[in-house]
Ligand binder design. Structure first.
Ligand code: ZN
Length: 315
């Protein structure tokens, strides 16, 4: 059992196909997935819709959900039913639909006891002039409802410019949408309860995708948090240390830029670790852009060498 705690759980992720997806997750991150509509790579996830597989070691071939069920000690014996967070890469060739997630209380009452969803975005790449949606411009819930029912979308949604190295916090109740051309890393509660507010009148298989107008109006926070509290640049954080991007009730998210060599202690119940640029080694094991892994509870000292950038998370 102690031996398992010394093994990094490297994961083979699950990719998804989405009408707005592209080909960068294959071409730039190396996932062996066919098609030009690859929207998401569920890099670290034990969710039934995208359950990763352990790539090597004693647990090779096991689904992450099986590891969670059978070896809870690797996750600090957390008293949760499911692995509470997941890490995704998202490639938006086109705009995503405009959405909002409920919080825990609303989801429990209206979605069969599901969890709500908090999520956080770290922009890995964005073209010149890229924008995304975070927040809205309605002053009251009545005004919000009127703008939605009357289809005054451009007036309603708050589109903000973003660039590489920006961090965006999406609390429950935040209207949000990733914009065309953006590639980002998402950390989120392991929930897929999403209310779609507007889909640019697009068709999927000849039909518009379902909207959830009433639930959206119920859960959207009014007024929205100011823009400057939603987006901030984190690209100039110090190298060779775990920089906290976000610390909240459900998870803590870190960014780590390694130039040469750094060491830290894995002192958390578990640590998600996703390499988003460059390559190097972790305690002698080679890692490169696109690798996702979990450093288990009790893993101890971590020495990272090379030139790489990673996003890490724990609860
Ligand atoms: Zn979302």
């Amino acid at each position: 059992m102690n031996q398992l705690k010394k093994e990094i759980l490297f994961l083979d992720p699950v990719c998804t196909h989405n009408i707005w997806g592209g080909s960068r997750l294959r071409e730039e991150f190396g996932y062996p997935e066919a098609g030009d509509d690859i929207g998401e790579c569920w890099g670290i996830s034990a969710h039934p819709k995208g359950d990763g597989t352990v790539r090597c070691g004693v647990l090779a071939g096991k689904k992450l959900s099986e590891v969670w069920e059978g070896h809870r000690e690797l996750f600090g014996n957390l008293p949760c039913e499911q692995l509470p967070i997941m890490a995704k890469l998202i490639d938006a060739r086109q705009d995503l639909s405009i959405q909002v997630h409920p919080g825990d209380a609303y989801a429990a009452a209206h979605e069969n006891g599901s969890l709500g969803k908090t999520e956080s975005w770290y922009v890995i790449d964005a073209p010149e002039g890229a924008t995304l949606v975070v927040g809205h411009n309605a002053g009251t819930r009545e005004e919000l409802a009127a703008m939605i029912h009357e289809g005054r979308w451009e007036e309603l949604i708050r589109r903000v410019p973003v660039k590489r190295g920006d961090f965006i916090q999406i609390d429950p109740g935040t209207v949000h949408a990733i914009g065309a051309g953006i590639l980002l890393m998402e950390m989120q509660q392991s929930s897929d309860i999403t209310y779609r507010v507007y889909d640019y009148d697009r068709l999927s298989d000849g039909k518009p995708r379902e909207l959830h107008i009433d639930k959206s109006i119920d859960v959207i926070t009014v007024p929205a948090k100011p823009e400057e509290e939603s987006v901030r640049s984190v690209k100039d954080q110090p190298a060779n240390q775990l920089n906290v991007l976000y610390r909240g009730a459900y998870y803590t998210m870190f960014q780590l830029k390694v130039q040469g060599e750094t060491e830290f202690e894995q002192e958390y119940p578990f640590l998600f670790f996703s390499v988003i640029a460059g390559e190097g080694t972790i305690n002698g094991q080679p890692v490169k852009k696109g690798d996702h892994m979990i450093l288990p509870c009790g893993y101890g000292g971590v020495a990272v060498r090379g030139e790489l950038e990673a996003v890490a998370a724990t609860v």
